[in-house]
Ligand binder design. Sequence first.
Ligand SMILES: [Zn+2]
Length: 512
Amino acid sequence: MDSGIHPNTKWTYHGTGGLLDLLQQKDQHQRNTILLHLNQTHHLVHIEGVLSTHKSILRAIASRRLPNIDQALRVAMHQGMSAMLDFAHLALGLPATLTVRAIAAVPLLQASPATPSIEDIVQSVDMAFGPLLHGVAVIRRPVHGTVGVDEIATEECLWWNDATNHVLGICREHIGEWVRTIDSYEDVEVLVEEMKRKVIHHAVEATVCAVTLLSLDTRLGSARPIAVSGTCKAEKAPEHRKLLQTMLDGIAAAKVLQGICIVCYASDGTSMCHKALCDMTTKRLLHRESNIFPYLGHLPLLNLWVGDDDLTVDKDYKHVAFKRVHNAVLRADGINVLGMLLTSEILCTHLQDESQILDLKEPTLTTLFNVADKQDVNRVYRLAFLIWELWCVPIPNHREATYLLRLSAAAHMLLALYFHEGAKSRFLPNPLFIDIMLMIKNAYFCVAKAKADNPRSAWFLIWMGTNSLESIFGVVRTMVGNDLNTDMLQLAQRLSHSVEVTNVFAEYKVLE
Ligand SMILES: [Zn+2]
C-alpha cells in the first residue's frame, strides 16, 4: 500500500493518474531502446569500416601493385598514433595522450572571427615564435624572413570557439570588425536571421598568413601560421591590401620578432592578391642610400620599384614557372615564338619522332597532353623534362652565380619573345609574363639583401615561394583527409598541430 499499485497489476485496478505515469514510463523505455539500437548500429558500421580498411591494406600489400606502399603505411601509422601512444603509456609508463596534448609545445593558433587587427597578429606571432625563439642564441645579424599568404577551402558551417566565445566560419568582408560573441539565445537568433537575409555569409575559404625564417635550421625554417581568417571571396584589392598591410604591421610590432627582417611577401598568384601586393611593393624607386643599392643600382633594365623597407613581391615558382607555363604551352591557341606557332600537336609530333630515344610509349604521350587535368604536378615535371631532353640542353652548373645569370638570361629572352612583332599574349598570357618577371626580380633583391646583411651565411633559391606554407597545408590535409574540407575552428587547430609535427620531424630525422 505504501509504494502504490504494482506496475504488473491489471490495468483495471490502476487509477487515471497511475495509467498516465505508466504510459510515460513505457514511452521513455521505448525511446531508450531505440537510441541504444541506433548507437549499436553506429558502432557496428564504424567497426565494419575499420575492418574493410584493414582488408584493403592487406589486399594492396598482397597484390604488390600499389606504388609507394611505404608512404601509404606511414600515413596509416600516423592516423593510428593515438593507439600507439596509449600502448606506450600503459606498457612503458610514458605520458598519456591527454597529457601530451595538454603540454603541447606550440600554443593553439586562434582563427580570427572578423578582420584580424594588429593586436591579434602580435598575439599570434608571440604564440607562434615565443617558444621557438626562446633559447636560440642571441641574434647578432638580422635574420631574414618571408611572409606567405595562401587560401584553403573550408566547410561552409559555423562553429563556436569555447576558448574565446567567438563564432567562427563567417566571412570577414561583411562582418567587418564586429566580433560575434554568444552571450544569450537572442545572439544566436540574430546571427541565424542575418545569415538567412544574406547580410553575412559563410566563409568558403580561409586566408592563411604565415612567416618563414630563412634559416638552415629546419626547425626555424618551417612556416609558422600567424593568421587564419574566413572569406566569402567578395573582397576587393583595397580591402585585401589593408589586410596584408595589417599582417606586416603586426609582425613589425611583435617584440619576439625584433631583429627579423621581412624581405618579401609571397603569394600563389590569385589576381586580387597580386594587385594588392603590387600596390604595396611599387611605392618608390630604390633609394641610393639603401644598403642593397650598390649590388642592384648598376644593373641595366632591372625594375627598382620597391615598397616600405625595400619590400618586394614573390610568386610561387612551382605555380608560375611549372604549372602555369605548362598550361600556356598546352592551351588551344598554342604559343607564338618569333612568329612561329608552337602548338601541343607539334610538340607531340616532335616527341613521337624521338620516342625511341626518349623511351616513350603511346599511352604515356596521350596522358602527357591531357589538358583536362591541370593539377597533375608529376605530369607537368615529366613533360618539362622530356622537352629538356628533346633539345639536348646541357645540365647547368649548380652555383648561385650561375643561377642568377640564368635567371637574367631567362628574363631577357622572355622580354624579347614577348615584344617580338607585338606577340605579347600570343606568346604568354600577360599575368604569367608579369609574374615570371616579378619572381626573377625578387630573387635578385633577396640575394642582394642576404649579401648586405649576412655575407657569410648560406642562401638558397629554393627558400623562395610559398613552399613551406604548402607543406603545412599538406600535413593538414593528411590529418583531415584529401576528400574533406576543414571548418575554421578545425583548421586553426590543425595548423598549430602541423607546425608541431614539422618540428618533430625536423628534430628527429630518423622518423622521416
Ligand atoms: Zn560575405
